[in-house]
Design a protein around this ligand. Structure first.
Ligand SMILES: NC(=O)CC[C@H](N)C(=O)O
Length: 356
């Protein structure tokens, strides 16, 4: 069946429908990872976005247990070519069936290189995937311009708190739409991890006397998370060691007086170079974000830049003055992508007083 991808600027790509055949409107973003399409699909930070994979052949090893959450989160999925015969000893199905099961519409056969060039030059924009051959641009384009994502953190967070038992440091993980590998990275290092829903109060978290607090990644515009930001300010004031990733990093910055803005087309992929400003060493990082902390808005008495993006000079991490708090914009938990910055979990454990 034919499908169409219609962009806010009026560009139309024609391809083949994959997954669900329902109409979808979302923000269209591109990811340049060459591997790890399943981790991308199951990363809750994609809630409220449709993803274009720039790697031209997707689905070679089918569906495997490499999931970063229980379900797929993007509103839509856009690929050049989908593998028709996935092959792997762990393969449990095809992307086509997975998308159908999850009711996610997609489109294959799109010139993703041309599409990405448009998004890179004009910036991220909204789009629609439809199988309706009688689509009416005059009706659709104003709707696309109007579309704005809602409260996606509430959708992506867990509904109840749960615990991963361990004998080491007690970590409270605030789940803002967390990827599995954050809790796993702590648990593998012996920590006992208590995962809390995003709207938990600071009082509840602090009353369990954690050795450290971790703020996760998550979807949407950080500036929309006003009530969570208030709770994070109380966590900042508590003097408990804190490590934060991506959305967590942005919310800690907002809680302490800095501002954020939306990047033209974001950073999503597995090869973003970031420089550790303490050592001047460059790490290749996994990234997935559309917003960034304004470096010049950070009060030097509160925090100092710890990492910078080597491609565009944007902020990639902050170290908080007089506090045991450091935060990063990239993903040390990888999944997908390089694990070069996994040592940051060890740094967090050292900050909490080392392994018991
Ligand atoms: N992966 C994330 O945590 C993303 C944070 C935020 N939603 C952004 O796009 O910038």
């Amino acid at each position: 069946m034919k499908a169409f991808l219609i962009l806010e600027d009026g560009t139309v790509f024609t391809g083949t429908s994959i997954g669900s055949t329902k109409d979808m409107i979302s923000e269209i973003v591109f990811n340049t990872s060459m591997t790890g399409y399943l981790e991308v699909l199951t990363d809750p930070s994609y809630a409220g976005q449709a993803v274009v994979m720039t790697y031209p052949l997707i689905g070679n090893y089918g569906i495997t247990p490499d999931m970063e959450s229980k379900k797929a989160w993007p509103d839509g999925y856009i690929v050049r070519e989908l593998s028709r015969m996935p092959s792997n000893f762990r393969c449990e199905g095809t992307i086509q069936d997975f998308l159908k099961e999850q009711d996610i519409p997609g489109i294959a056969g799109v010139d993703t290189r041309a599409l990405t060039k448009i998004l890179r030059e004009k910036g991220t924009m909204n789009g629609m995937i439809t199988t309706n051959t009688d689509y009416d641009l005059g009706e659709i384009l104003p709707k696309l311009k109007e579309y704005k994502v809602g409260d996606v953190v509430s959708k992506a967070t867990c509904s109840e708190k749960y615990v991963l038992e361990g004998n080491g440091k007690k970590v409270a993980l605030l789940d803002l739409g967390a990827k599995n590998n954050i809790a796993k990275s702590l648990h593998q290092r012996g920590c006992e991890v208590t995962v809390y829903p995003a709207h938990t109060t600071a009082e509840e978290i602090l009353s369990s006397y954690p050795d450290g607090i971790m703020l996760s990644n998550g979807p949407g515009d950080p500036a929309d998370c006003t009530s969570i930001i208030k709770e994070i300010k109380k966590l900042y004031d508590s003097d408990i060691p804190i490590f934060a990733i991506c959305l967590g990093h942005q919310l800690m910055a907002l809680a302490t007086g800095a501002t954020t803005h939306k990047l033209k087309y974001g950073h999503r992929g597995g090869n973003h170079p970031v420089k550790d400003l303490q050592t001047n060493r460059v790490y290749i990082s996994s990234q997935n974000h559309g917003y960034v902390v304004d470096t010049e808005s950070v009060d030097a008495n509160v925090a100092v830049p710890a990492f910078v993006n080597v491609n565009d000079g944007t902020n990639e991490g902050l170290s908080y003055v007089g506090k045991k708090i450091f935060t990063v914009q990239f993903h040390p938990e990888a999944c997908p992508g390089p694990q070069d910055s996994g040592y940051l979990f060890d740094r967090f454990i050292d900050m909490m007083g080392g392994t018991k």
